[in-house]
Design a protein around this ligand. Structure first.
Ligand SMILES: C[S@@+](CC[C@H](N)C(=O)[O-])C[C@H]1O[C@@H](n2cnc3c(N)ncnc32)[C@H](O)[C@@H]1O
Length: 329
């Protein structure tokens, strides 16, 4: 399978919002009925309405609620941040090449963030947002631990989890680790974008290889390792298969190669009472729980995603006797 990452291309074909007021990208107003004719014509070429409306929002600045207004009041005029020609160019490029719209626009909404994304780095997925919610609900603050909270985002990719944790735990000390240069550069951009670059250290490491300094130190590990069994990669949508990095997707023969590497040493790196949170494939829950038990982590637990699928696990390092926990604020 070809893992296409054309690094000779600019990150995004489209300038980010706010830079779009020149040349073919010029902003303007358009009547709703004209917009609907244009939209129908583009959808006849292929693709789905949800994707096209996403593009209108991300590239054109036309929100979902404004789009509803277009349907209800086509006689009114609507403002676009860029020209329809520029949006049409992106749409045609997407249809012809299967390049993800997020890569073309250079942005991806995720939780309450708008993250920069581009070729070579996984586009953050909606289900992964729940890892942050789990961290917020399960993260204990020991009553007498040494502050600050120390966390690790292992396999940080775009830095989505790292940015969210740094914002959620402003007094914390974070580590964002990946083996990929492109991922680390993208994570750095996103941490800077949200003003949390100074509280998070970025480090290149093959899983735990360069992290000795963190042994016994981590109050929280979050990780979304590659977990798709190799044999299933060929079945993925071409938008994913041909354009997102294999390094972020391929979990080896049974999908558990990276998960095994992460779980094998997590116990060594967690502080007493520390929490490990991990995302996995939809059918790996039992296998991952077995792995957690086999390395001696305590309180292994499965968690469901929004569709009710067991998609995450948590487990803890044994707390020191007498250690008390309270919910993290
Ligand atoms: C599924 S992606 C997750 C990215 C991001 N955390 C997210 O949730 O969108 C897995 C990440 O693990 C990284 N990765 C793969 N193998 C690795 C290894 N041996 N050591 C460190 N990171 C690795 C990939 O580069 C990729 O960024």
């Amino acid at each position: 399978m070809e893992n296409f990452v054309d690094q000779s291309q600019p990150d995004a074909l489209f300038p980010l919002k706010g830079d779009a007021a020149r040349g073919p990208s010029a902003a303007g107003t358009i009547r709703g009925d004209e917009l609907l004719v244009w939209r129908r014509a583009l959808l006849r070429r292929g693709g789905g309405a949800v994707d096209l409306d996403w593009l209108l929002e991300m590239a054109g600045g036309l929100s979902w609620s404004q789009m509803q207004s277009v349907f209800l009041h086509p006689e009114r005029s609507y403002r676009l941040d860029t020209s329809l020609e520029a949006i049409e160019t992106l749409w045609n490029h997407h249809l012809q090449t299967d390049v993800p719209l997020q890569y073309l626009v250079g942005l991806c909404p995720w939780r309450d963030l708008e993250l920069e994304v581009g070729p070579g780095v996984l586009i953050p997925r909606q289900e992964t947002e729940l890892l942050v919610e789990l961290a917020l609900s399960l993260m204990p603050a020991a009553v007498h631990p040494r502050p600050p909270l120390v966390w690790l985002d292992l396999g940080t990719g775009s830095g989505c989890l790292a940015v969210a944790l740094a914002l959620a735990f402003p007094e914390s000390s974070g580590w964002a680790v990946d083996c990929s240069d492109l991922a680390l550069a993208r994570a750095e951009t996103n941490l800077e974008r949200y003003g949390c670059r100074n509280s998070v250290r970025l480090l290149q490491s093959h899983w735990w290889q360069c992290l000795d300094v963190l042994q016994g130190q981590l109050d929280l590990i979050v990780t979304n390792p590659p977990y798709i069994p190799t044999s299933l990669l060929a079945n993925l949508d071409p938008v994913v298969r041909q354009h997102e990095p294999l390094l972020a997707l391929d979990g080896g023969e049974d999908g558990l190669d990276s998960i095994r590497s992460v779980v094998a040493e997590a116990k060594t790196y967690l502080a007493p009472g520390g929490l490990l949170l991990m995302e996995h494939h939809h059918d790996q829950s039992n296998a991952v729980i077995d792995l957690l038990v086999s390395v001696g982590l305590s309180q292994p637990q499965s968690h469901r995603d929004l569709e009710g699928i067991l998609r995450f696990v948590s487990a803890r390092q044994v707390a020191i006797p007498g250690m008390q926990f309270s919910p993290f604020p």
